[in-house]
Write a protein that binds this ligand. Structure first.
Ligand code: FAD
Ligand code: MEZ
Length: 591
C-alpha cells in the first residue's frame, strides 16, 4: 500500500512540472504524504536526535520499505550505475538527507555535477575539520556510555578484516566509520590484490615464489621497506586471498602489475574492479556475524588510562553527539592522508597542488589520533603519485589497463618508457614530457578483457576511432601510427626493442581504437603509524603500545618509498586480520 501511495505522490510532483526541488526539501515532501512517523520512530519526536541512531537504521529501513532495495531501484536506462561500479548497497541517507539540503557524495570526486532532487549539487562535503576539544573533554568526564572488547576505527578493507577477525576470535567488537557509508579508498581499488602461490597461479602455470614477491616489493620500495613486514605480507598473501574467497569473494582473474616479475594480481573474473567486490563481501560478512557497523561516527580521540593502557575512544556521532566508548583494545584502520591538502603540503610540499585519486575520506585522522598519544611514525613523508589519473579529473585509470596491454605515449604519439615500470618512474617520465601528460592507447581486444574500461567510456573520458590513423588525427598524436606499427612488430617477436617492456599481452589490431589522457596524481601515502609484526603500534621509544593496533594505509614501513600495485589490498587483509586477532587476544586476556 505504501508503495502505491509513493508512486502516485511522485507522479503528482512530476506532473506539476518537477517544481519540487526549489522550496521543498525531502522531509517536507514526505510529510505532505503522511506524517513524521513515515520516516521516524513513533511517539518520540520531541527530542528527535535521541530517537535517531547515527547510522539512521530505522529511517533507512523505512526508505527501503517504500522504495525497495537498490537492486529493485536500479535503472536499466542508466549508462553507468555508480552503485554497481563502486558504492554498492549503501544507506539511502548517505545522499538523500531530508531536512538539510543533500550534498551529493558523487560530486566530491566527479566533475560532472550530478543533479538530484532537493539537492545543492554544487556543495562539496568537507571531511577533515576541527575536532571540538571541549566536547571531547566533557565526554571523557561523563565516562563511557558503552563497553566492548575491541573498537575498530574505520570501515575500509583493513577495518572490516580486523573486525571480522576479532569477532571470530571471540571478542565483542564495534566498528566506527565517520562517513555515511563504509568503503574508504578500499571501495575504489581497481586493479587487484597481490598473492603468491595461489591455486589461480598454479592453474595458469605461473611459477612464483614468496622470495620473488618479497624481492619485488623491496626493490619497488627502494629497499626502504621493513623487511620483516614484507616477508609476512608475502608469506600470508595466498591465505589472504583464500580468506576473502571463504567469505564469498571471487578472485579468479590474474594479471601482472608494474614492478612485479610475474602475474600475481588477483581480481574478480571478467576483470571487474576488486575494491567494490571486496567491500561488498566484507559488509555482508560483518552483517552475518552481527558486528555493529556504525556509520556517521567519527572517532576523535583515543583515551588512555593513567598507566597509559587503552581506555577507549571518544566518538562523534552525527545525532548522538560526543560520547566515550570503553574498550581494552583499539584498532586504527583509518586509511591514508591523500586527500588532506594541509598534510600533503606539510609532508610533501612538491605534491600539494596535484589532483588525487583518493576517496574524500582519506584525511589522515589516524595519524593525528595516534601522534597525539605518543605513537611513532614511519616514512610519514612518502607520498606516491600514480602515473595514470584521468587528466583534469580524480578518476584513476587502473594500472591493469597497461598490464592487460595498453601502450603509453606522449602528446606526439611516441612511447617514452616501459609501460610496466614502477609508478614513481612512470610518473617522473610523464612529467618530463613537454605537456606533462600522456595518453594510454588500446583497442577493442582490451575492452573485451577489462570490464572497468566501459566505466571510463560512460564517464566520457575516451577518444574513439575506427582506425589508428583516425585516432591520431582526433587526438593530434602525429606519430601514433608509426608507434603502433613498431609496437605490433615487437609484440609479435616477443621483444620490446624500444623500452624492454617484459610482457606484451596484446597488439593494436582490432577496431575501434581508444585513447585516454592521463597525468600523475596523489594516490597512496606510504608512511604512517609505526607498527611491529603483530600490527601493534609502537611509541616514540619503539615500545609496543599495549592494546593499540593499526593496519592498512594508516601504517608506515611495509611499502618503503614506493608501493607496488596490488600490495595495498594485500596489506589490508593480511595485517587487518592480524590486528583484529591480536586486539581480541589482548582484550580477552585482560578480562
Ligand atoms: P580505507 O579503505 O581508506 O578505509 C579507511 C576508512 O576509515 C574510511 O572509510 C574512512 O572514512 C574511515 N575513517 C577515517 N578516519 C576515521 C575516523 N576518525 N573515525 C571513523 N572512521 C574513520 N591497492 C591495491 O592493492 N590494489 C588496487 O587495485 C588498488 N587500487 C586503488 C585505486 C584507487 C582509486 C585508490 C584510491 C587506491 C587504490 N589502491 C589499491 C590502494 C588501496 O585501495 C588502499 O591503500 C587501501 O584500500 C586502504 O585501505 P584501508 O582499509 O587502510 O583504508
Ligand atoms: O595498487 C594499486 O593502487 C592499483 C593496482 C591501482 C591500479 O592502478 O589499479
Amino acid at each position: 500500500m505504501r508503495k502505491a501511495y509513493l508512486v502516485s505522490a511522485i507522479a503528482a510532483v512530476l506532473l506539476s512540472g518537477g517544481a519540487m526541488a526549489k522550496d521543498v526539501n525531502l522531509a517536507k515532501f514526505h510529510s505532505d504524504m503522511g506524517d513524521c512517523q513515515s520516516c521516524h520512530v513513533e511517539g518520540k519526536l520531541k527530542d528527535i536526535n535521541k530517537t535517531i541512531t547515527d547510522s539512521q537504521t530505522h529511517e533507512n529501513a523505512q526508505c527501503r520499505d517504500c522504495h525497495g532495495g537498490y537492486s529493485e531501484l536500479a535503472n536499466d536506462k542508466l549508462h553507468f550505475d555508480p552503485h554497481t561500479s563502486h558504492l554498492g548497497e549503501i544507506n539511502c541517507t548517505s545522499c538523500h538527507t531530508a531536512h538539510a539540503k543533500p550534498e551529493l557524495t558523487c560530486n566530491n570526486c566527479h566533475n560532472f555535477e550530478m543533479e538530484m532532487p532537493f539537492a545543492n549539487s554544487k556543495a562539496k562535503k568537507k571531511w577533515d575539520g576541527d575536532w571540538n576539544q571541549e566536547q571531547i573533554r566533557k565526554a571523557i568526564e561523563r565516562g563511557p556510555v558503552e563497553t566492548v572488547d575491541v573498537i575498530v576505527v574505520g570501515g575500509g578493507s583493513a577495518g572490516f578484516n580486523a573486525a571480522i577477525s576479532a569477532k571470530e576470535a571471540g571478542a565483542n567488537v564495534v566498528l566506527f566509520e565517520k562517513a555515511p557509508y563504509t568503503g574508504g579508498n578500499s571501495m575504489l581499488a581497481a586493479g587487484g590484490i597481490n598473492a603468491v602461490g595461489t591455486p589461480q597461479q598454479k592453474k595458469k602455470g605461473i611459477e612464483d615464489k614468496v622470495k620473488w614477491y618479497a624481492e619485488d616489493a623491496m626493490k619497488g620500495g627502494r629497499y626502504q621497506n621493513d623487511p620483516k613486514l614484507v616477508q609476512i605480507l608475502a608469506e600470508e598473501s595466498a591465505e589472504a586471498v583464500a580468506w576473502l574467497e571463504s567469505l564469498g569473494a571471487n578472485m579468479d582473474d590474474l594479471k601482472r602489475s608494474g614492478g612485479a616479475r610475474v602475474e600475481r594480481t588477483h581480481r574478480p573474473s571478467g576483470g571487474a574492479s576488486v575494491g567494490p567486490h571486496i567491500i561488498d563481501t566484507l559488509r555482508k560478512a560483518a552483517d552475518k556475524r552481527d558486528i555493529p557497523v556504525r556509520v556517521n561516527s567519527r572517532v576523535e580521540k583515543i583515551v588512555l588510562n593513567d598507566d597509559k593502557s587503552i581506555a577507549g575512544v571518544v566518538v562523534h556521532g552525527r545525532h548522538s553527539g560526543y560520547n566515550m566508548v570503553a574498550a581494552d583494545s583499539v584498532v586504527l584502520a583509518t586509511g591514508g592522508y591523500g586527500m588532506n591538502k594541509q598534510m600533503v603540503a606539510y609532508y610533501r610540499p612538491t605534491m600539494k597542488d596535484m589532483t588525487s585519486s583518493n576517496n574524500v575520506t582519506a584525511t589522515g585522522d589516524g595519524v593525528l589520533l595516534a601522534k597525539e598519544i605518543g605513537a611513532s611514525m614511519t616514512d610519514i613523508d612518502w607520498v606516491q603519485a600514480h602515473p595514470t589519473i584521468g587528466k583534469d579529473s580524480r578518476i584513476l585509470i587502473s594500472e591493469t589497463v597497461r598490464g592487460v596491454g595498453a601502450i603509453m605515449v606522449n602528446t606526439d604519439g611516441q612511447r617514452f618508457i616501459s609501460e610496466l615500470t614502477t609508478r614513481d618512474r612512470a610518473s617522473d617520465a610523464i612529467l618530463k614530457q613537454k605537456d606533462q601528460y600522456a595518453w594510454l592507447v588500446f583497442d577493442e581486444q582490451l575492452v573485451k578483457k577489462k570490464k572497468m574500461v566501459r566505466g571510463y567510456e560512460h564517464l566520457g573520458m575516451l577518444s574513439k576511432a575506427n582506425t589508428i590513423e583516425e585516432l591520431a588525427k582526433i587526438t593530434n598524436m602525429k606519430d601514433l601510427p608509426k608507434t603502433a606499427a613498431a609496437y605490433n612488430k615487437y609484440q609479435a617477436a616477443g621483444k620490446d626493442e624500444a623500452f624492454g617492456r617484459e610482457d606484451m599481452p596484446l597488439n593494436l589490431s582490432k577496431p575501434p581504437y581508444y585513447a585516454v589522457k592521463v597525468a600523475p596524481g596523489i594516490h597512496h601515502t606510504m608512511g604512517g603509524v609505526a607498527v611491529d609484526t603483530d600490527a601493534n603500534v609502537l611509541n616514540l621509544q619503539s615500545w609496543k603500545m599495549d592494546g593499540l593496533y593499526a593496519a592498512g594505509e594508516v601504517t608506515g614501513g611495509l611499502h618503503g618509498y614506493n608501493r607496488l600495485g596490488g600490495n595495498a589490498i594485500a596489506d589490508t587483509v593480511v595485517f587487518g586480520r592480524k590486528a583484529g586477532e591480536n586486539a581480541a587476544k589482548f582484550a580477552l586476556e585482560k578480562k
